[in-house]
Design a protein around this ligand. Structure first.
Ligand SMILES: [Zn+2]
Length: 284
C-alpha cells in the first residue's frame, strides 16, 4: 500500500489561467508566478499515481488569502474525491481570519467527506499558528468532526525558497500545547521539530504529531529518514511528495534509498497513512 499524504491539485481553469489567479491572490502569486512550477489537476494526480504505483493520495488546494478562492478550491477537491473514491482523500483549506465563514467551511467540507484541514499556511494567510484565540473555533469544529490538521512548517534556518514562510517551532509547540488532542501532521518534517523530541517536554507535547516528508529532496539529506525514525519512531512518518512540485516516483525512489529497514519503509510509504485513514473512518 502506497499513500502520499501531501499533494496540491487545482481545477483545469486555475491551471490554464495561472496569471489571472496570480493577479487575484498574493499567496498564489508567491508560489506559482514562476511558470516552471507545475500546476496539476486531479486527472494529472491520478495519472501520476498510476505511473508510480501509489494507491491513494491526500490532496488539497492551497492557502489562498481570499475565502472565495478557498471555497472554489475546496469545491474542486470535493469533486475530485467523488470522482476517485478511495484514491483521493481531501483536506479543506481554510482562512481562519474569515471568522464564522471559516468555521462554516470546515463543517461543509467535513460533511462532504474530507478527512482534515490543511495545508494550513499561516504565513501566507496572515496569521500565526500560535494565535490560539483565533484558531479555537476552527479546532472546535475539527474535534467535533474528528478531523486531522496538516500545517506547513518552516525550517528556522537554511536557504530561502518560495513558500518557506515563518511558521516557527515555538508556534507549533504553542498550538500543540493548546490543542493536545488534535491529530496534527507537521508538514516538511515539522521544520526540524523531531530533533527537539529529545527534550522530554517536547516529546510529551508531540504525542499526537505525525511528520510528513513533503519536499524532502529540496530540504534535507536522505538520511533524515532513518535519523528521524530513530528519534520519533518510523510509525510517525508519512510519505508525502508535494506533487505537482515533485514527482511521486522520484520521491518513492528517494525514500527507498534512504537506508530504512523493510518494516520502517513499509509503514512510512503507506502503513501509517492507512492507519490514519482508518481512524478517520471510525470517526465518520
Ligand atoms: Zn507546505
Amino acid at each position: 500500500m502506497l499513500i502520499d499524504f501531501h499533494t496540491h491539485i487545482f481545477s483545469p481553469h486555475v491551471c490554464k489561467h495561472r496569471e489571472q489567479y496570480c493577479a487575484r491572490d498574493p499567496w498564489f502569486d508567491a508560489l506559482y508566478s514562476n511558470a516552471r512550477i507545475p500546476l496539476v489537476t486531479a486527472e494529472d494526480l491520478i495519472a501520476e499515481m498510476d505511473a508510480s504505483g501509489v494507491d491513494a493520495s491526500v490532496a488539497f488546494s492551497l492557502g489562498w488569502c481570499d475565502p472565495g478562492l478557498i471555497e472554489e478550491g475546496n469545491d474542486y477537491i470535493i469533486e475530485a474525491m467523488r470522482h476517485y473514491p478511495g484514491r483521493i482523500y481531501g483536506m479543506a483549506v481554510v482562512q481562519p481570519l474569515a471568522g464564522e465563514r471559516a468555521v462554516y467551511e470546515v463543517e461543509r467540507c467535513a460533511k462532504a467527506g474530507m478527512i482534515g484541514v490543511g495545508e494550513l499556511m499561516p504565513h501566507g494567510q496572515g496569521y500565526k499558528l500560535s494565535d490560539i484565540t483565533l484558531l479555537t473555533p476552527i479546532m472546535t469544529a475539527v474535534r467535533h468532526y474528528r478531523l486531522i490538521v496538516l500545517s506547513h512548517c518552516s525550517e528556522p534556518v537554511g536557504h530561502l525558497y518560495p513558500g518557506k514562510g515563518d511558521v516557527s517551532l515555538q508556534d507549533i509547540v504553542t498550538f500543540l500545547t493548546a490543542f493536545p488532542d488534535v491529530y496534527f501532521v507537521a508538514a516538511h518534517w515539522g521544520g526540524g521539530l523531531p530533533f527537539y523530541s529529545l527534550m522530554p517536554e517536547i516529546q510529551r507535547a508531540t504525542a499526537n504529531v505525525w511528520y510528513d516528508t513533503a519536499a524532502t529532496i529540496y530540504l534535507y539529506q536522505a538520511n533524515i529518514f532513518p535519523i528521524v525514525a530513530k528519534l520519533v519512531g518510523a510509525d510517525r512518518i508519512l510519505f508525502a511528495s508535494d506533487f505537482g512540485l515533485l514527482r511521486q516516483r522520484r520521491v518513492i525512489e528517494h525514500i527507498k534509498q534512504a537506508g530504512l529497514d523493510a518494516q520502517a519503509l513499509e509503514s512510512i510509504l503507506g502503513g501509517n497513512a492507512q492507519h490514519f485513514l482508518q481512524l478517520r473512518q471510525i470517526g465518520a
